[in-house]
Design a protein around this ligand. Structure first.
Ligand code: F6R
Length: 332
């Protein structure tokens, strides 16, 4: 897993090339973009959504369920994203998009989705197979950006991708050392991650998912300022988790409101008696893409360092595999 994280800069580069090779035909006026997928595949959609939130007026939604919402229609561009191509929710959503005559792109390494796309004449963005989906974050995001750019729905992110590659290469070893230190704090604690601006919400959720899947620990992600209006009241109960929670604040100076950082600082003061500790981590880099990746990759490294400390294999996800297996034996 560590190796895959270290090779993310090359993955971003390859993902760009994959996106370029997809032939795109502009069909009609576009009202919205929907990216449907689950787990590690859906995260790619979140990256696209955050970038477009700052870049265009076109609404982008990430949809994580079987049936598509009513807003998906003939003027929607739909990406069905599943690394394996066999995720039943994504297949079901693809079928419901196909029924509605939506312009669809399939992003996958193979499986049933690739077969269906070929059979239906739907453009297929084929990415390399053989990785855990959560490690294919570049392949699950960058090709979507390239296709949207070809459709004239967003700007060209090539420079931002290049900046991100350089930043990751330069900072990886430092982040790894820092991740190891944070791993020590998180050992035997419950991590709660607060993202302090909307473009970091997916990053906070990524931390949670990576801690779940790689380190095999329970973790929770919340958003600030919202959670300071409700969740803050929950600390202290049940009492056996007192002093067992470690708070991580994710901060991006360019996108966060300055009051949100003050709010975080005041909130942790109030929680002093209930938490084991807290840390704030700030984004690095210039472009939004690089800034988001700076903290998401750091979180990936933290999850692997914690996995090491806990003596668990970050690559395997037996419970998820078992669940998928038992569901596949039940009638759809
Ligand atoms: C596995 C992982 C999972 C999968 C999810 C959906 O690495 O992160 O969250 O991404 O079970 O599977 P795919 O991505 O194949 O559609």
């Amino acid at each position: 897993m560590l190796d895959l994280i270290y090779h993310l800069p090359e993955q971003l580069q390859n993902a760009w090339v994959v996106g370029r090779s997809c032939s795109v035909r502009k069909r009609r006026k576009v009202d919205n973009v929907v990216i449907t997928g689950m787990g590690g595949s859906a995260i790619g959609g979140e990256i696209v959504k955050s970038l477009l939130l700052a870049d265009t007026s076109i609404p982008v939604m990430v949809w994580r369920d079987y049936r598509l919402p009513p807003m998906v229609g003939r003027r929607t561009v739909l990406f069905a994203s599943s690394y394996s191509g066999n995720t039943e929710e994504t297949i079901a959503a693809y079928l419901s998009g196909r029924e509605r005559g939506v312009q669809i792109f399939v992003l996958t390494s193979g499986g049933r989705l690739a077969e269906m796309a070929a059979g239906d004449g739907v453009p297929l963005i084929k990415i390399p197979s053989g990785m855990p989906p959560r490690a294919a974050i570049g392949f699950m995001s960058i090709p979507i950006l390239v296709v949207l750019n070809k459709l004239g729905l967003c700007h060209n992110y090539e420079d931002d991708i290049m900046e991100t590659e350089i930043l990751l290469k330069e900072r990886m070893n430092f982040w790894r050392r820092r991740a190891s230190a944070l791993g020590n704090f998180l050992f035997k604690q419950i991590p709660i991650i607060y993202s302090m601006s909307r473009v970091l919400d997916w990053v906070g959720y990524r931390w949670q998912c990576q801690l779940n899947e790689n380190a095999k620990v329970i973790a929770h992600h919340g958003c600030l300022p919202e959670q300071s209006h409700n969740e803050v009241m929950g600390f202290g109960a049940p009492d056996f988790i007192n002093k067992r929670i470690f708070i991580i604040g994710l901060f991006d100076k360019k996108s966060a409101h300055h009051r949100t950082l003050i709010r975080f600082q005041e909130m942790v003061k109030l929680l002093r008696g209930y938490i084991a500790g807290f840390r704030i981590y700030e984004t690095e880099g210039k472009s939004l893409l690089a800034r988001m990746f700076s903290l998401s990759v750091f979180g990936d490294l933290v999850s692997v360092m914690l996995a090491k400390q806990r003596g668990v294999d970050p690559l395997t996800i037996p419970r998820i595999d078992e669940l998928k297996g038992s569901l596949s034996r039940r009638k759809m």
